[in-house]
Design a protein around this ligand. Structure first.
Ligand SMILES: Cc1ncc(COP(=O)(O)O)c(C=O)c1O
Length: 336
């Protein structure tokens, strides 16, 4: 078989591969504790279930506008105003089939061949592959001090005339680290000055611990949505534990949203109307579900830390959000 060069260069998502491996081992009857998957174990919020069931019962399951149902866009605009303190219009919002597609559409719309996209280690494993899929070059900035906290100087050193985008994911998959407010302020200011797009992959933004508050990147720029380089990506997968409905969205200037809409129209036509109804139900329903999930994963974090710290050779950075933890087992491996 003759596979394209591009397709041959793309690696499988390691998390999805791990999910599959765990599933196969379980079917064989092996006792597997699977810690690989990036999804909470909660039941779907009832308002999401009822809204999607009502949509199904209506029998009206057709194509929707490519950029999302107006009712869901309204809910996203309300969400953005409440949680980011920024007024968006319907033209600034595009709903996609998961935040993963939002990010892919963004990269497809912005990156020219050989443009560089900066990602901060440790990073979500899909970023480099998605960047390669649009013929861009992933440039990884790894904190030299061994922490999971990138420093502005290191990022500035990695920036070249080809740098088109920097992607920020805080709190972070896979470290659970939330970047400090000063860092967010600095990077927003830097990107606005340099004209570099700053994609905020904010998929975990309210899943944070120990009294921390979510940080809206818009606070650090005077430019409105039409003029800022800040782009926000979010979705229902993590906050509401609705990974299976596959709904994410992007907040960006209207020109970019227009281009992303064209791309999306040629790839998936539109996100499923049943899933969009569920997303609307989740965003418009009781928000205590997010707080309950947050408390559960904070508690899980505490149990995980306690267990990991009982090993003397394991180095752990305390996660300040998400359901991830990235312990360093290298010292143990050296001993055994
Ligand atoms: C950092 C990050 N961004 C985006 C996504 C994709 O989310 P979605 O399920 O909405 O496609 C994930 C999922 O694991 C993630 O960890």
């Amino acid at each position: 078989m003759s596979i394209s060069r591009l397709a041959s260069s793309i690696n499988e998502s390691p998390t999805l591969a791990m999910n599959e491996k765990a599933r196969l081992l379980r079917t064989k009857g092996d006792p597997v504790i699977h810690l690989g998957g990036g999804e909470p174990k909660n039941k779907a919020p009832i308002t999401a279930v009822l809204a999607s069931a009502a949509k199904l019962r209506s029998g009206d399951i057709k194509y929707a506008p490519t950029d999302g149902l107006p009712s869901l866009k309204k809910a996203i605009i309300r969400y953005t105003e409440e949680h980011y303190g920024r007024l968006a219009s319907a033209d600034n919002v595009i709903v996609s089939t998961g935040a993963k597609q939002s990010i892919y559409n963004l990269l497809f719309s912005l990156v020219n061949p050989q443009d560089e996209v900066i990602i901060l280690a440790p990073y979500w494993v899909s970023y480099p592959e998605m960047i390669k899929m649009v013929y861009g070059i992933p440039v990884v900035v790894t904190p030299e001090d061994g922490t999971f906290q990138p420093r502005m100087e290191e990022i500035e050193e990695a920036v070249s005339s080809y740098t088109k985008i920097i992607i920020i994911n805080s709190p972070n998959n896979p470290s659970g680290v939330m970047y400090p407010e000063e860092f967010i302020a600095d990077i927003v200011d830097y990107c606005e000055r340099k004209g570099i797009y700053l994609i905020f992959d904010d998929i975990y933004h309210r899943l944070i611990f120990d009294g921390r508050q979510p940080i809206s990147p818009y606070r650090f720029t005077d430019s409105d949505i039409e003029n800022t380089r800040v782009i926000v990506v979010n979705g229902i997968s993590k906050l509401y534990g609705l990974t299976g409905f596959r709904i994410g969205w992007t907040i960006a200037n209207r020109k970019l949203v227009e281009v992303m809409t064209i791309i999306q129209s040629q790839v998936t036509s539109c996100p499923s109307v049943v899933s969009q109804a569920a997303a609307d139900g989740a965003l418009s329903g009781m928000q205590s579900v997010v707080e309950n999930l947050r408390l559960t994963i904070q508690n899980n974090r505490d149990v995980m830390l306690q267990e990991l710290r009982s090993f003397s050779d394991v180095n752990v950075t305390k996660p300040s959000g998400t359901f991830y933890c990235l312990p360093d087992f290298r010292a143990t491996a050296a001993i055994h």
